[in-house]
Design a protein around this ligand. Structure first.
Ligand code: OAD
Length: 248
């Protein structure tokens, strides 16, 4: 891993950031890695849960077949997340909320750490582990951090499921469309801690570039997106992103 210091940030990027008004950030699992959340690709993640492949226990099919098993898996994941704290990458991004006149944060993460760091109006394209959703009327219900999770919908009494996008499911209605609209209008798009492999979220940087935005990747490794970017900052998001605020 390269050493990261203020010389890791190109002067041109600092200049563009200083005059930018419309900024969009797309984050993935890597932004939470330094908080202790395992990423999906690149080690540390268990591929099976109680003998069941990860993509089966987290699937639309399992919601139909055995909702209790799905909840057991998500209860386990919430337990792991409960005591984790946002890191300096989440905090640096939260500062941007008020730094730019039009700022949008789109995350593929379901862990809620951006909101814990103070980010507002986060576009959660893959849902949230801290919400349940009615299987019938689709009403969303917050899951308390330290209390029991709801078993049924308060409006219609039907069963609830995790409000997370599972394998075989579409994104929440409107979320991608909103993100695509905002990214088409931004001046700088940061792509932080994502392998940029999972569509449609991975198409957002393409839309940014096609509409003339400056594209900047922040990742501990190169990704399929790297060659397409104007700036590639290689290193930990928790070390690099605060450097972008060092002149504030
Ligand atoms: P991945 O696990 O695919 O990629 C994580 C990325 O973060 C990799 O490119 C790593 O190099 C990078 N990374 C790791 N630690 C980092 C650090 N400290 N700083 C910066 N970068 C770091 O995760 P996602 O791209 O988020 O979807 O995965 C996308 C989607 O795939 C997830 O949202 C999930 C999964 O299927 C659903 O659950 C619907």
């Amino acid at each position: 891993m390269e050493t990261v210091d203020s010389s890791s940030i190109p002067a041109k990027l600092r200049e563009r950031l200083a005059s930018a008004q419309k900024v969009l950030v797309l984050t993935g699992a890597g932004v939470s890695a330094e908080s202790g959340v395992p990423t999906f690709r690149g080690g540390g993640n268990s591929a099976v849960w109680k003998g069941m492949p990860f993509d089966l226990i987290s699937s639309a099919e399992m919601v139909e077949r055995d909702l209790n098993a799905v909840w057991e898996w998500f209860d386990y994941r919430r337990d792991l997340l409960r005591d984790l704290k946002p890191n300096s990458a989440h905090e640096a991004i939260a500062i941007w909320q008020d730094r730019f006149s039009e700022f949008t944060l789109v995350t593929q993460n379901v862990d809620g750490l951006h909101q814990q760091a103070g980010s507002r109006d986060v576009v959660e394209v893959h849902g949230s582990i801290w919400r349940a959703r009615c299987v019938a009327c689709q009403e969303a219900i917050e899951i308390p951090r330290n209390g029991p999770r709801p078993n049924e919908c308060q409006s219609c009494g039907e069963r609830v499921r995790p409000d997370v996008v599972l394998f075989g499911e579409l994104l929440p209605p409107g979320a991608f469309e909103y993100a695509a609209h905002m990214v088409a209008n931004c001046e700088i798009c940061f792509v932080v801690g994502t392998s940029a492999l999972v569509y449609p979220a991975a198409s957002l940087p393409e839309i940014a570039k096609a509409n003339g935005a400056l594209l900047c990747e922040v990742n501990s490794e190169r990704t399929p997106l790297s060659n397409f970017c104007d700036f590639v900052l290689t290193g930990k998001a928790g070390e690099l992103l605060p450097l972008l605020n060092s002149d504030l």
